[in-house]
Design a binder for this molecule. Sequence first.
Ligand SMILES: [Fe+2]
Length: 301
Amino acid sequence: MNIVGKFKNFINKTLLKTPGVEFLRKNKDLNTRKKHINFWLNRAKKNKSLNRFFFTEASGDLRQLTYSRNDEDFKISNEMFESLSNNGLLIIENALPEIERIKIISYFDELKNNSKFSKKWLKKPHNPHFFNEVNEMMGQISIKNFQFLNEYSMKFSREIYGKIVEPTVEFRYLKQKNNTKEKQVRGATYLHTDRFLPHFKVYYTPFKIEIDDAPLEYLLSSHKINRNFINFYLNANNFDETDHQFENFKLDKKIVCVPKNSLYVAFTNGFHKRSQFNSNSERSLVFLQYVQRFNKLDYLF
Ligand SMILES: [Fe+2]
């Protein structure tokens, strides 16, 4: 990356970064929190697309979460977007043509082997050491290398944010060290929220994910920004299931076990976690995130 690119990245990651819970961690005073949360949520609410997905009420009748791609020219139907708006989660099976799935597997092979990295990684893949009991290799790459994944990404970001936003793309290969159930880790295997502003991630797995392979767990409709949601952020300390106000979220939980070649979208301002690994398992998951390029400027102007 050239110097201008690096500078832009730096500004995006610091000055322009979408507010998370850092401010709330530093400020426990109720009124200070209220002002901060109201200010940013009012900005978000003005965006028609965000309003549709995050600020409308969830209805109990649209509960279908899983859809399947069955032709080459795959459309994300209005019903699917409605389901996503309602549940905060959408699963698409048979998501990519086999040729792109194979391509993605070849990238994971490099992470798995942890030897010569010959693909066009943005920087050398490394272990970020997030977990004690799990080895991880993470590589970042441009979405432009993956035509179909990029099409999904454009469709989702256009619908959810109201404009096409280029995602950061992380390939994460996780391999558990032991064969017993992993201990719980804060911010990962506790149900938690990522931020109070609308937030989403797209995930793609080339392989099936079963219960021992650390599937995503998601509390359906917990992304809806209503009185209960705001009340949680006004009072929370840990921003996870250990907070007292969590007991007000009596919602159904979905464990996202999926067949090979599945893509799913989750609104991660709602409650989610990865399940704990078991049986020396592994997981290969692509993460698309938008928060770096949909930032404060998009909320303010
Ligand atoms: Fe998270």
